[in-house]
Design a protein around this ligand. Structure first.
Ligand code: CUA
Length: 331
C-alpha cells in the first residue's frame, strides 16, 4: 500500500515531510488522550458506594506545562509551514513562464514560445516553471497532485505558482473548485519531459512566439496606430513600460505589472498616465483572457523581458530588434 500519491516535483517530498510531521504529533496526542482516558478510568474507578474523591484545586506547574509545551510544538508547525508557503508563493527570477486560463470547463495553457494546449501541459524537468493563471468566467482551482501544487484561479486577476518538475512522466491535472455541471470533467494531463524532449516538442508548433502573436493582435486591434513612439504623444509609448513605475494623473503612481496591463486594456480610464487624455476605448468583450496574455507577452517583450522560457536576451542582438519591431511606422 502506498501512503502518498506519486511525487514528481520539488514540493512533493517537502510537503509530505511537513504533513508527516503534523500527522505524527496528531497521532502522539491522540495516543496520550486515549491512554489517559483508559488509565484514569481504571485508576480512579469507584471502589465502594460511599467513596468520595479528594477535591483538587488546580496545579500551576501542570497547567503551565500543558500550555507551554503544546504552544512550542504548534509554533514549529507554524514556522515550518509558513516558510514553505512563502517559498511556494515567490517564484524565482529565472523561472520560465507558462500562461494558464481556466474556463468552463477546460484548461487552456500557452507557452511563451507560442504552443497552445487544451487540458494538457508540457513542462521540462530540472528548471523552475512559473504559472500565471486567470479565469475566463468563474473560480476554478488548478491542481496537480503529483506536484503537490494547487492554487485557486480567479476571474479578473492573476494568480501565480511555481514548481520544479523532477520526474518525467504523465500526471493528472484537475480542477479542484466546484465550477458548474462539468466540473468533474475539467482536467487533463501534465507531461513532464527531459529538457531535450521538451525543446523538440516546443519547436513542433510553428505558431510564432506568444509575444509575436500578441504583436499581431496589437496591430489587428489598432493599438499600434496610437501606441507608437512617433505619434506625437497622443498615447503613451509602451517601450520599457512593463516593470517600471508609471506616473498617473493626480500624482499617483502604479507599478506596471500584469494586473495594471490587464486593467489598462479592459478599463483604460481607471489609471490614466500623467500628461495624457483618456481617449482609449475599452477592449472589454473584444479580447479573451488568452488574447490579453498574448498582448501581455508582447508588452513584456518591449521591456526587454525575454519571454520567460527563452534564454536571456543578449544586448544588441535580434532581441533588441524584436523589441523595436511593431513600434515602427511600417506596422
Ligand atoms: Cu473548473 Cu471546477
Amino acid at each position: 500500500m502506498r501512503f502518498y500519491p506519486e511525487a514528481a516535483s520539488d514540493w512533493a517530498f517537502r510537503t509530505d515531510l511537513l504533513q508527516l510531521y503534523i500527522n505524527a504529533w496528531t497521532v502522539i496526542f491522540t495516543g496520550i488522550v486515549f491512554l489517559g482516558v483508559f488509565f484514569f478510568a481504571i485508576k480512579y474507578r469507584r471502589r465502594s458506594e460511599d467513596e468520595r474523591p479528594r477535591a483538587i484545586l488546580g496545579s500551576l506547574p501542570l497547567e503551565l506545562s500543558w500550555t507551554i509545551i503544546p504552544f512550542f510544538i504548534a509554533m514549529t508547525m507554524f514556522v515550518w509551514g509558513a516558510t514553505l508557503f512563502f517559498e511556494y508563493a515567490s517564484p524565482p527570477e529565472n523561472a520560465m513562464e507558462i500562461y494558464v486560463t481556466g474556463k468552463q470547463w477546460m484548461w487552456h495553457t500557452q507557452h511563451p514560445e507560442g504552443q497552445r494546449e487544451i487540458n494538457e501541459l508540457h513542462v521540462p524537468t530540472g528548471r523552475p516553471v512559473k504559472l500565471t493563471m486567470t479565469s475566463e468566467d468563474v473560480i476554478h482551482s488548478f491542481f496537480i497532485p503529483a506536484f503537490r501544487l494547487k492554487r485557486d484561479v480567479l476571474p479578473g486577476r492573476y494568480a501565480t505558482i511555481w514548481f520544479n518538475a523532477t520526474k518525467p512522466g504523465k500526471y493528472r491535472l484537475f480542477c479542484a473548485e466546484y465550477c458548474g455541471t462539468q466540473h468533474s470533467k475539467m482536467g487533463g494531463w501534465v507531461y513532464v519531459m527531459e529538457p531535450a524532449a521538451y525543446e523538440a516538442w516546443l519547436s513542433g508548433g510553428g505558431l510564432g512566439s506568444m509575444a509575436s502573436q500578441g504583436e499581431a493582435l496589437f496591430s489587428q486591434l489598432g493599438c499600434v496606430s496610437c501606441h507608437r513612439v512617433d505619434t506625437q504623444g497622443r498615447c503613451p509609448s509602451l517601450q520599457n513600460v512593463f516593470g517600471s513605475v508609471v506616473e498617473l494623473q493626480g500624482n499617483r503612481t502604479v507599478l506596471a505589472d500584469e494586473t495594471y496591463v490587464r486593467e489598462s486594456i479592459l478599463n483604460p480610464s481607471a489609471k490614466v498616465v500623467a500628461g495624457f487624455q483618456n481617449i482609449m476605448p475599452s477592449f472589454q468583450g473584444q479580447v479573451s483572457e488568452q488574447n490579453i496574455l498574448q498582448l501581455m507577452a508582447y508588452v513584456k517583450s518591449l521591456s526587454g523581458l525575454a519571454p520567460a522560457g527563452q534564454s536571456q536576451p543578449v544586448p544588441g542582438t535580434q532581441d533588441d530588434k524584436a523589441r523595436f519591431r511593431g513600434m515602427g511606422p511600417t506596422q
